[in-house]
Design a protein. Structure first.
Length: 269
């Protein structure tokens, strides 16, 4: 089903997790293309600095502070954005974390923390805008997941599971969103040069810059594809790994992990 194109003429863009990394870069790229961008994160000072950096661009960035892990915050943020700036036409639900594992085989606290942001935070953001978009008969929601959600990776149990859940969530919601006239997209980046990946000590093939990642994501918003995925070489490799039977997959992962034993392997992509 072909959805109508969404652009700055239809309303504002909303970006969560916008204080740094991919969120900040996408907010700036949208402003370069004429959007008014409502940027949300926990730290107001970071958002205000981001807004100032958009001065002189065709669009602008406005700060709307909020925590995706707060059960009530997202509904309040969306209400505030729409009451001041008009309807949210495009929502990029990007907020995400990759905490380091604590001691022990399974760090329960890390799982609770990462799922509260990477999955439940996405659900809260989507719920806050979806009904409004459905009432208007159009809108666009994009969820930032990761290629790390394709299959289980060593050292990435909490992060990878949260991203796999986000992928599954989008695949399931696609049917309902389509019926309501909402374009739902899934963003699956590989390694992007951010503060999150800079702490990794293992090789990160086909790394892309923040600027390139933001351009690819925003270009993808304008296309009809459900999945926005990059870089292609890593994406096809990971897609191929999904087809391997478990014995072959575990053998390959053990070999790769063994080659880089001794470094910290958090698996954040």
């Amino acid at each position: 089903m072909t959805m109508p194109r969404i652009g700055p003429q239809d309303g504002v863009a909303w970006v969560t997790g916008a204080s740094s990394g991919i969120g900040a870069a996408v907010a700036l790229e949208l402003a370069r293309r004429g959007w008014t961008v409502a940027a949300t994160a926990r730290r107001l000072d970071k958002l205000e600095t981001l807004a100032l950096s958009a001065d002189g661009l065709p669009g602008r960035i406005v700060a709307h502070c909020g925590d995706v892990a707060d059960p009530m915050a997202m509904a309040a943020v969306v209400e505030g954005i729409e009451s001041v700036h008009g309807p949210i036409a495009l929502a990029f639900l990007n907020a995400g974390i990759a905490p380091r594992n604590g001691p022990g085989l399974i760090d329960v606290a890390a799982f609770e923390q990462v799922f509260a942001v990477n999955l439940i935070g996405v659900v809260r953001g989507a719920a806050a805008v979806a009904e409004r978009m459905a009432a208007r008969g159009k809108g666009q929601i994009a969820v930032n997941a990761s290629l790390a959600g394709y299959r289980g990776l060593p050292g990435a149990a909490a992060y990878g599971a949260s991203k796999a859940a986000a992928i599954h969530l989008c695949e399931a919601l696609q049917f309902d969103c389509e019926r309501q006239g909402i374009r739902l997209q899934l963003v699956n980046p590989g390694f992007v040069d951010t503060a999150m990946t800079q702490r990794n000590s293992f090789p990160m093939p086909f790394m892309v810059s923040l600027e390139e990642a933001a351009a690819r994501i925003v270009d993808g918003f304008a296309r009809d594809r459900f999945e926005i995925v990059f870089p292609r070489r890593l994406a096809w490799l990971m897609k191929g790994m999904r087809l391997l039977p478990y014995p072959a997959y575990f053998w390959a992962m053990r070999k790769l992990a063994g080659e880089h034993r001794g470094g910290r392997r958090d698996g954040a992509v």
